[in-house]
Design a protein around this ligand. Structure first.
Ligand SMILES: Cc1cc2nc3c(=O)[nH]c(=O)nc-3n(C[C@H](O)[C@H](O)[C@H](O)COP(=O)(O)OP(=O)(O)OC[C@H]3O[C@@H](n4cnc5c(N)ncnc54)[C@H](O)[C@@H]3O)c2cc1C
Length: 473
């Protein structure tokens, strides 16, 4: 610790201990950026504070609220959207990674209750002995389960898990009050999403860090099956596979469905095996079937029938490749950061929309990217049907893989974003995947009075506007 400790650091150290609060510039700098630096310039927080428990979180927030210092909650800092990069000077970066207890795994309820520092890897280690798993994002196993679910991350991994894994949580507000959502508010049972009144669990989600600090969250767990089989089917365009995807979703046959382009995602997800990816059809549908004895065989039979009807080309991939797809889908994405490795970096716009618009999203992605001077072979696309329910919900990822050392590329990407956000909104989307840099502004203009209500509601929870201030509005 430095000699000339500021008054604030001393007060923060009195709460979390000397080792856990600092204004050391070298340490602060290590929290100043993420993968999104082309869009969100790096900025040092003024203080790093690492609480050990809820009470310390409460005291830090109360202190920050009284002093009107901005606070940025940070669980594992793996987000790729600049979400934990400060907007303002003098911010406290609240690093919650010391709070890493798995509070409970309840195999009967099929739930896990975790603190912010618990990663997918840590949780999977504990759940697999019950033949259970969390829902995985396409993220490294080092990502925080709590932060990912609270962000309402999209779990591009299993088409049967759906997209709402959070049952309930507790959150500390800037005024020091604690809010508990769902059945937690009434009892020690955190297992049910809908407690008293509106779905507060949902209301606080998906605008991360702007309401308060979530200190504990209960999530659903899903079953792990022994029977599994993978299929890979090639198509020359993004529109033709729509029918088979629809059938697979409608009949709830597949644990994982992805339509990926033959280069980036196949290589990225399944590994850089020595394989002639460029000789594959332009799009490859990856399907994973699983289930208990009896049901598994029946599903598999139907899947094979749909594949035959689809007109696609059944592709044979190496066994290792299949295992990686399986792991990626249901066992955690240990290799997903490789997608950056193909050209060193990647930019993406992720959105929710209906399967019916798949080919249009691809068309507009390609058109906009080419218009701003992005080469054809940098343009990639990825569809992941999320859930077989009304609306044919899919996650779409419009990707551009690029060399981060190419200084001119940042400008191209900014131009791409500027056009593309509006084009996608005009085309029609269900919503954005995350509060991206620069995305809420143009979107808020289109949602009318709802945006005013949203802002007012944040002011009620956080009247001094200390929570990740300025990140959204
Ligand atoms: C290569 C790569 C690929 C990825 N792909 C996907 C993907 O396909 N799908 C997917 O869902 N995820 C994906 N992610 C992961 C995703 O970005 C993170 O899981 C997610 O951002 C949350 O974890 P985090 O630790 O990164 O959160 P942080 O970076 O710590 O925080 C993210 C946001 O949540 C807020 N926050 C954090 N903790 C709390 C808290 N306790 N209370 C209140 N607010 C909080 C922060 O202020 C910030 O706004 C990917 C990540 C990487 C690195």
């Amino acid at each position: 610790m430095t000699q000339s400790l500021s008054k604030f650091v001393k007060e923060l150290q009195a709460i979390v201990g000397e080792e856990n609060a600092t204004d050391d510039q070298a340490i602060c700098a290590s929290y100043s950026r993420d993968q999104h630096w082309h869009f969100v310039p790096a900025k040092n927080p003024a203080y790093i504070v690492r609480p050990a428990n809820k009470e310390e979180v409460r005291r830090v927030l109360t202190f920050a609220n009284n002093e009107k210092i901005p606070v940025i909650p940070y669980s594992t800092g793996i987000n790729v959207r600049g979400l934990t990069i400060p907007v303002h000077e003098r911010s406290i970066l609240l690093d919650l990674s010391r709070m890493n207890r798995i509070v409970e795994i309840n195999p009967e309820m099929k739930t896990a209750t975790v603190e912010p520092g618990v990663t997918f890897g840590m949780l999977l280690e504990k759940t697999k002995k019950y033949k259970l798993r969390p829902a995985f994002p396409d993220a490294p196993l080092t990502a925080s389960v709590l932060a990912n679910y609270y962000l309402r991350g999209i779990y591009q991994t299993s088409a049967v898990d759906g997209h709402d894994h959070t049952l309930s949580y507790e959150m500390v507000l800037p005024n020091g009050e604690t809010i508990k959502t769902g059945s937690r508010s009434l009892s020690e049972m955190p297992y049910f999403r809908y407690g008293v009144g509106p779905d507060f669990t949902g209301v606080f989600c998906a605008h991360p860090g702007t309401c308060g600090v979530v200190t504990e969250l209960t999530a659903k767990l899903y079953r792990l099956y022994d029977n599994r089989k993978e299929y890979f089917v090639g198509f020359d365009d993004a529109g033709t596979p729509r029918k088979i995807i629809y059938n697979l979703m409608h009949d709830e046959l597949a644990a994982s469905i992805r339509l990926v382009d033959n280069q980036s995602w196949l290589k990225g997800i399944c590994g850089t095996f020595d394989y002639p990816y460029e000789k594959l059809p332009k799009f490859v549908l990856c399907v994973l079937v699983e289930g208990v004895d009896g049901i598994f065989e029946a599903k598999d039979k139907l899947v094979q029938e749909y594949i035959t009807e689809s007109g696609g080309t059944v592709l044979e991939f190496p066994e290792e490749f299949k295992r990686t797809f399986e792991e990626e889908s249901l066992g955690g994405a240990e290799k997903s950061c490789m997608v950056f490795g193909l050209r060193g970096n990647y930019h993406c716009i992720g959105l929710y929309g209906p399967l019916t618009l798949a080919a249009k999203y691809y068309e507009v992605h390609e058109k906009t990217a080419l218009e701003v001077g992005i080469p054809q072979d940098h343009i990639h696309f990825y569809i992941n049907p999320i859930y077989s329910f009304h609306g044919q919900l899919c996650y779409f990822e419009l990707d551009i893989f690029y060399d981060g050392g190419d200084l001119g590329f940042g400008e191209k990407l900014r131009n791409y974003n500027e056009k593309q956000f509006h084009r996608l909104l005009d085309l029609g989307i269900y919503g954005w995947f995350r509060p991206y840099a620069g995305i809420i502004g143009p979107t808020a203009d289109r949602i009318g009075y709802l945006a005013d209500v949203w802002k007012k509601y944040l002011r009620i929870l956080d009247p001094n506007e200390i929570m990740n201030r300025g990140k959204l509005f």
